[in-house]
Design a protein around this ligand. Structure first.
Ligand code: SAM
Length: 274
């Protein structure tokens, strides 16, 4: 038997063990992503075989928790891809302005930077008071950090540039208070954000929304799983609602492509047909 086949079997058994023991289902994630993260953890722990991790995952909750963190990449930024936010202001805000109240779902919000960026944008557009932002992730540690709204000072220079490039209308520093090495986001930004643990693979629709942002999440899923999650989004969006994906993600190869109009092809913004 080839070495590659053995590793594939071990990975598949490990993912099965994680699913059966903890309910997290990575079985339909991109194989390349899963393999990279598992091999990385194996090197860090000095293990010889992937199958040794199976016993550890089943019996050692700390190890399992570390591995779950490895499998969930939480890299994010405020106003990530500023051109996307510019397009959001130009193409999506006018649509949102037509509704008396607005519900927005950030699926896979990581540590919250994306949701805070949205709150800032909505404040500037005069829409925040009539909006509820549902920011969800399956990574509880990331969600806890998001709720705090405390970010490292080191990132603020980059975030300020992103904000300005995105068409920000104020001084970015008016949205936080600096405290030692960190900044604390203004309370007024948090007031309409509902943080919730939600797993896109195993949980169902929880709200009917006007706008969904799921950026840089589907990239880790295989095609079948992307189709399944796209159905979840389709069922959560009102007719005429808007779906935003990440720069490397697309609706093109999914079953639901025909059900949307492209509002901005480059920025991956789609409107559900009436
Ligand atoms: C790279 S971050 C993207 C954060 C943000 N959307 C952005 O674009 O900056 C991916 C996030 O997706 C979350 N994620 C991965 N699989 C998920 C699942 N099955 N259900 C919910 N969230 C998931 C991860 O925990 C992680 O926080």
């Amino acid at each position: 038997m080839k070495d590659k086949d053995t590793k594939d079997i071990e990975i598949s058994l490990l993912l099965e063990a994680i699913y059966q023991r903890y309910g997290y289902d990575f079985r339909q994630y991109s194989q390349a992503h899963i393999r990279r993260r598992i091999m990385n953890r194996m090197t860090m722990t000095g293990l010889e075989y992937i199958s040794q991790m199976q016993a550890m995952v089943l019996n050692d909750e700390t190890f399992a928790s570390d591995l779950l963190q490895d499998l969930s990449i939480t890299v994010t930024e405020m106003f990530r891809d500023p051109e996307f936010y510019k397009s959001l202001r130009e193409n999506v805000i006018p649509i949102l302005k037509t509704y008396p109240f607005i519900k927005i779902w950030h699926a896979g919000c990581a540590t919250g930077e994306e949701a805070y960026s949205m709150a800032i944008l909505l404040q500037e557009e005069g829409l925040y008071d009539r909006t509820t932002i549902y920011a969800t992730d399956f990574n509880q540690m990331a969600l806890d950090k998001a709720k705090e709204g405390i970010f490292s000072n080191k990132m603020i220079k980059d975030y300020t540039v992103n904000y300005q490039l995105s068409g920000g209308k104020e001084s970015f520093s008016s949205y936080y208070t600096a405290s030692y090495d960190n900044v604390i986001m203004n309370k007024s930004l948090k007031k309409n954000i509902v943080w919730a643990n939600h797993n896109l693979v195993t949980d169902s629709v929880f709200a009917e929304v006007h706008l969904i942002l799921c950026r840089n999440v589907l990239i880790y899923f295989d095609q079948n799983l992307q189709n399944k999650v796209q159905t979840l989004f389709f069922n959560s969006l009102i007719n005429g609602g808007v779906l935003c994906l990440g720069s490397k993600e697309s609706l093109h190869f999914t079953d639901l492509y025909q059900e949307y109009i492209e509002l901005d092809k480059k920025q991956r913004i789609f409107k559900k047909k009436y």
